[in-house]
Design a protein around this ligand. Structure first.
Ligand code: HEC
Ligand code: HEC
Ligand code: HEC
Ligand code: HEC
Length: 270
């Protein structure tokens, strides 16, 4: 009796495992928000993750190795201008990006407002019809370039490992990110939510943008504010997504659930 219950439980587990593997091909493989990287879409192991989709061959079936290594990590000199390399173990993108565009052209303020903003940009006047981050907008910051090193589709997801002495630490560079997860393909970031501009500066000019000290989620000392999610003073991929799925409370690694657009409304006072 006991044995058959155990057996049934074991079969249940196997069935659940198979169902998860199947879901991963349709893109719905998901650990619960904030439950950690294991079983999330950033778990590229075979045992608990989606390694089957991305050519996992690591002898130890590790998770962190795709992105970090304890020794012999990539150095700034080899990383095309990327200044933030947290023991980075993944090939990096060298792509130049066309950045966000909304007003197609740099003409004078259509509303006739005269004056110059803090950055000397004539458009820095909380113009309701222009993107107010334009004065500080640049190429994506280093932290976003780490994301784009898999997500823009130019570097294989399994291109990792820079220690020539340890063959088992090197990926085969054969599997590229699936189209539905590609961001910035062909260097095109013009039609994605803007990143690489100063949130602090925009919040100071646009009264429909929340204060950087607004709490996104959590309470007490564990709370996460918008300011704590900026890179310097800039908005980047990590301002919206938590790459390790640890302190976020929303789906798709979002810091806060976007149910009823709750996440958008945290920053946009609309
Ligand atoms: C899919 C790629 C990816 C995987 C897998 C990954 N990381 Fe990271 N990790 C990143 C990126 C990108 C950053 C920089 C973003 C940031 O600082 O928020 C980072 C930053 C870090 C940092 C420094 C910032 C911090 O959050 O403390 C630590 C420590 C870290 N990772 C540890 C780990 C460990 C341990 C694992 C495995 C359990 C792991 N990571 C797996 C991508 C990854
Ligand atoms: C080592 C490669 C790699 C790096 C680096 C990486 N990702 Fe991913 N990411 C993936 C893969 C692989 C998937 C899942 C694709 C699939 O299911 O086919 C994914 C999925 C996602 C998803 C979708 C999650 C979901 O539940 O649908 C988001 C959001 C995401 N990544 C954001 C980021 C951000 C932000 C960064 C940088 C902070 C980053 N990624 C860095 C490989 C990477
Ligand atoms: C303003 C917040 C915000 C920023 C900044 C942001 N994302 Fe997202 N991202 C989202 C939201 C919200 C979703 C869920 C979209 C949906 O389900 O329709 C998402 C979804 C995704 C997905 C899943 C596939 C998809 O297209 O829905 C990936 C991968 C991803 N983001 C990666 C990135 C990367 C890489 C960056 C930086 C280049 C980035 N995100 C910047 C809010 C953001
Ligand atoms: C972490 C804060 C944050 C989150 C979350 C966020 N945004 Fe934004 N978003 C900004 C800031 C700051 C700007 C620049 C605002 C400005 O130009 O005054 C911006 C710009 C925009 C713009 C372009 C405005 C223009 O004038 O071209 C749109 C549209 C937009 N966001 C929609 C969204 C939507 C939809 C969501 C939810 C999926 C979202 N945002 C989530 C901070 C955020």
């Amino acid at each position: 009796m006991k044995k058959s219950i155990l057996l049934a439980a074991a079969f249940g587990l196997i069935a659940a495992g198979a169902a998860q593997a199947q879901n991963s091909t349709t893109g719905s493989f998901n650990a619960a928000a904030g439950a950690g990287i294991v079983g999330s879409k950033h778990d590229l192991s075979l045992a608990t993750g989606i390694g089957n989709l991305y050519g996992q061959t690591d002898a130890l079936d590790r998770i962190c190795i795709y992105c970090h290594a304890p020794h012999h990590a990539i150095q700034e000199a080899d990383a095309a201008g990327i200044g933030y390399l947290p023991l980075w173990n993944h090939g990096v993108t060298t792509q130049f990006y066309n950045t966000y565009q909304s007003d197609f052209g740099d003409g004078p303020d259509a509303s006739g407002l005269a004056g110059v903003g803090v950055d000397g940009d004539a458009q820095q006047f909380a113009d309701r019809h222009l993107f107010n981050g334009e004065g500080t907008l640049g190429e994506p910051g280093s932290v976003s370039r780490l994301c784009l090193s898999c997500h823009d589709g130019t570097v294989a997801v399994n291109e990792y490992g820079f220690d020539p002495g340890r063959a088992e630490s090197r990926g085969a560079a054969t599997h590229f990110i699936a189209d539905q997860f590609k961001i910035g393909g062909g260097g095109n970031l013009t039609n994605h939510h803007p990143i690489g501009f100063s949130y602090i500066d925009v919040a100071a000019h646009d009264d429909e943008i929340a204060s950087p000290d607004t709490v996104v989620n959590g309470a007490g000392e564990a709370m996460t504010t918008i300011r704590s999610l900026l890179y310097g003073d800039k908005m980047e991929c990590v301002t919206c997504h938590d790459v390790h799925n640890t302190k976020n409370t929303g789906e798709t690694f979002l810091w806060k659930s976007d149910t009823n657009s709750g996440f958008c409304l945290t920053c946009h006072i609309k």
